[in-house]
Unconditional design. Sequence first.
Length: 293
Amino acid sequence: MLNKLMDIATTSVEKASFLDAPAAKLAELISPVVQRPGPRHVASGTPIGHPLHPLLVAIPIGAWSSALAFDALGDDDGASTLIALGVVTALPTMYTGLSDWSYTEGAEKRVGFLHAAFNGLALSAFVASWVLRRSGRRGPGVLLSIAGMAGVSGGGWLGGHLAYAMGVGVDTTAFQHSESEWSDLADPAEIVAGELTEADLDGVPVVLTRLPDRVVAYADRCSHRGAPLHEGTVEDGCLVCPWHNAAFDLRDGSVALGPASRPQTAFEVRVSEGRLQGRRLDERSLRTNPVGR
Ligand code: FES
């Protein structure tokens, strides 16, 4: 029963088109800031190979929920300190969340907008709680902490829906499965340096290009949000995504510039009987989807 109610609620948010206008306004405001090359590289978690936002959320949530425990024990100073810690650490946490959100579209953008609204209200409640406590009004301060925690819980639930149900932040190639046997790819003469060629490796879309010493093959679906990489460009030895300009080093598929945080799956390539062939390269491409490709 609860499961069904939750599903109805999330579906309603996904379809809530009235959120589009304010979401577009916010995106217009923040995108020029959060999508600059340096900040987006760090905020997306590219240096650590994993989205940064889910790591950071643990700090304010942990601080604020611990503050409630301190309140229950009657330790107002301890609770105030933890609320302040939560407020300070919520700022970079929100920044990374907004950065991730700026690359979403449609239903994802609506759910993410409400997720941010819940957490923004929660942050305001904790700031007000801290101010009230400092002025000696502990009772209303505690009530605002409880309200803030309710807001964080609502925001967290929507954040979970974004990641686990809608796949935001997940490597979009995670369940692509290719075989260990060699499969036909293309005519090697068609693969030109500086150009990107789309091909099919036994049902998995791949993108090919030529380096000075060899032909390379990578998953054609961008690990960030799934752009068709063969529509991108080759710049300074990197494959640049056509949607959000992540750059993947063509020597090994590693991310040279975010917002992608996961490398592109690479495939092994050879020429046999005049044809270019490919197969999975390593354990990374062994991940399987139990229900198919
Ligand atoms: S889809 Fe976002 S960088 Fe490729």
